[in-house]
Design a protein around this ligand. Structure first.
Ligand code: GDP
Length: 357
């Protein structure tokens, strides 16, 4: 499955946030008995109001939300691209993830020292981006002589060489390839770090959570990447509380949803994922697919045999199902569509697959 790497300078609240993620993973694991959870992996359920409504119609025994996997990637320090700290391990680990989540310190606490002196989010983002950019420049520098040689005898390789040279210019200007919106088609083979989608977690003081001006200022620094605002200390408390107590604590700091839930939602979006839904008496479940996935590909997420033996799918949009009130009613008003192997799934499709096994 796809994963998001969490990175950040020391003392920004990364471990605090990650512990909250791990607790949340253990809670989810109860519903996914076959999930093995590693110490550096945290999994969060993607909040989805539709699931409870669907479970009611089908009288489902349980609800299984979509999940997002976060991997704790330790060792980001200034000079990581030159092997400082555990730099090489850090770069190898981050290369394996599908998106990069930067945790940025905004909270002030005289007892928690900042590695670079004072709290300055803009500078910290630049420090992290610089390390990633330098690592990519090294990768490209190393690849270019080989690409030049290949391009001499193979016209197809010329496009890759030119894309690599163009990417080098972008990076040399201090911009990540993601922020620059660089066309990545010919660059995939280089596995560049700054080509991955980025998202940002700003770790605020509790009283800053409602500071709209501050939030707008921070959002502007990282645009077009998405930003999540939370207080890691509060998140670590929330995972210990009952739903009711958690809501009370959130409301006391002017929030309606936990930071982890927001992070799951934004992470899901950043990875380019969407869900379709299945429901029955046993369970109501959200399944994760890439945007643009076809019906057989969606079936393959449940079981590879379902993709191979795909015949057709009965699809009702969530909105149509709610309006009709039941599957039978939706069928009788023609809202249950039979779709074939070329159907492109839409978010919130409620699906029943027919297949040969
Ligand atoms: P890491 O080095 O980035 O993993 O940072 P830690 O999670 O270990 O946090 C470093 C210190 O900052 C710890 O003493 C945390 O309790 C504290 N800390 C983390 N998040 C917050 C926060 O949101 N507010 C405040 N005041 N302290 C925090």
């Amino acid at each position: 499955s796809l994963s998001i790497g969490i990175v950040g300078l020391p003392n920004v609240g990364k471990s605090t946030l990650f512990n909250a993620l791990t607790k949340s993973a253990n809670a989810l694991a109860a519903n996914y008995p076959f999930a093995t959870i590693e110490p550096n992996v945290g999994i969060v359920g993607v909040p989805d109001d539709r699931l409870a409504k669907l479970a009611e119609i089908y009288d489902s025994a349980k609800i299984l939300p979509a999940k997002v996997e976060f991997v704790d990637i330790a060792g980001l320090v200034k000079g990581a691209s030159e092997g400082q700290g555990r730099g090489n391990q850090f770069l190898a680990n981050i290369r394996e993830t599908d998106a990069i989540c930067q945790v940025i310190r905004v909270f002030t606490d005289p007892d928690v020292t900042h590695v670079d002196g004072g709290v300055e989010p803009g500078r910290d983002i630049e420090t992290i981006n610089t390390e990633l950019i330098l690592a990519d420049m090294q990768t490209i520098e190393k690849a270019i002589p080989r690409l030049q040689k290949e391009a001499r005898t193979n016209k197809d390789r010329k496009a890759t060489l030119e894309a690599a040279e163009a990417a080098m210019k972008v990076l040399d200007g201090g911009t990540t390839l993601y922020a620059a919106g660089t066309d990545l088609t010919d660059l995939r083979e280089l596995h560049l770090l700054t080509a991955k989608p980025f998202l940002y977690v700003f770790n605020l003081d509790a009283d800053e959570l409602v500071d709209e001006e501050l939030r707008a200022r921070l959002s502007a620094i990282v645009a077009p990447a998405e930003a999540v605002f939370l207080d890691a200390k509060i998140e670590s408390e929330l995972v210990e509380l009952s739903d009711e107590e958690a809501l009370e604590l959130l409301q006391s700091v002017g929030q309606s949803e936990s930071g982890l839930s927001q992070l799951a939602r934004v992470g899901f979006e950043t990875l380019g994922l969407q869900t379709y839904l299945t429901a029955g008496p046993k369970e109501t479940r959200a399944w994760t697919i890439k945007k643009g996935a076809t019906a057989p590909e969606a079936a393959g997420v449940i079981h590879t045999d379902f993709q191979r033996g795909f015949i057709k799918a009965e699809v009702i949009s969530f909105a149509d199902l709610m309006e009709a009130g039941s599957v039978a009613a939706a069928r009788s008003v023609g809202k249950a569509r039979i779709e074939g192997k070329d159907y492109v799934m839409r978010d919130g499709d409620v699906v029943e697959f027919r297949f040969n096994v």
